[in-house]
Design a protein around this ligand. Structure first.
Ligand SMILES: Nc1ncnc2c1ncn2[C@@H]1O[C@H](COP(=O)(O)OP(=O)(O)O)[C@@H](O)[C@H]1O
Ligand SMILES: [Mg+2]
Length: 248
């Protein structure tokens, strides 16, 4: 990523870090809670204590990524969606979950939000000044509350607003795996159908595939590929991973 940056590519990095927040909570003696939506997407339930750990954990990751990119020669600037109202969100008052017995229940939304606005002026200004923005998935509400926003949703909000040539999801697997191998090329419609119908898509991939398909629907090329190899961005751009094409 840093080498492409040095060649003049304009890059925005949005990160997640759920595993780290979970580890931090356990270290602090707090029990992470996960809930499942009717469409089968699992997410963290964020009460006040969880938000506290979430913000601390995500900031640690944000600074580590920023420091690493700086070490590699990229002029990275780490921000969260709170800073400069980069990500404005509406707090979810209620969420519908499916409990252990398979019944739907309505519960308080906690400190989670849905992104309603991206401060593209700020983002473009940073890019114009030659920075590589590194964005943590924390948003701010109109009332000034910090909110947990899912990082795949952050990717959707940012890329559909600044419309890059590519949106890359860097994973700890080689791409979308179906029947034991990487699905190389998909259309947005195929990706949506797989999201709805395939029992092979679970966990973190479920939500990611849905958001990836929505990004492709907006006319942006999407790649899901491994972030665990050397030059992961170059590898993805040269054809590795799962490529999702915009409709016709
Ligand atoms: N069909 C699939 N193809 C690829 N990855 C999958 C699939 N089904 C589930 N996954 C999981 O999705 C993960 C990628 O999602 P990601 O958002 O990076 O992780 P998480 O949200 O779990 O932290 C992979 O590590 C893998 O375990
Ligand atoms: Mg995830």
């Amino acid at each position: 990523m840093a080498d492409l940056y040095k060649q003049g590519y304009r890059i925005v990095l949005a990160h997640g870090g759920g595993y780290y927040v979970t580890n931090l909570m356990e270290k602090l003696g707090k029990q992470p809670v996960f809930v499942k939506s009717p469409s089968g997407v699992v997410s963290r339930y964020t009460d006040w204590d969880t938000l506290w750990c979430y913000v601390m954990g995500m900031m640690w990751i944000n600074k580590q990524l920023t420091a690493k990119l700086i070490e590699l020669g990229a002029n990275a600037v780490g921000v969260s969606g709170v800073d400069g109202k980069l990500l404005l969100a509406k707090r979810k008052e209620h969420i519908i979950i499916v409990d252990e017995r398979g019944r739907q229940r309505v519960i308080d939304g906690g400190y989670t939000g849905k992104i309603t606005e991206v401060n593209t002026t700020l983002l473009r200004s940073l890019l114009d000044l030659g920075y590589l923005p590194v964005i943590a998935p924390i948003a701010i509400s109109e009332k000034g509350e910090m909110l947990n926003v899912d990082s795949d949703q952050v990717a959707y909000a940012i890329t559909t607003n600044i419309r890059p040539d590519y949106t890359l999801f860097l994973l700890d697997v080689e791409g979308l795996i179906l029947e034991g191998k990487v699905a190389e090329k998909l259309t947005a419609e195929e990706a949506e159908r797989i999201f709805r119908e395939s029992s092979e898509v679970t966990g973190g991939m479920k939500r990611k595939l849905y958001m990836a398909a929505q990004i492709a629907r907006q006319g942006i090329k999407v790649i899901l590929s491994s972030g665990l190899k050397d030059n992961p961005v170059r590898a993805a751009l040269s054809g590795q991973g799962t490529h999702i094409a915009p409709p016709g």
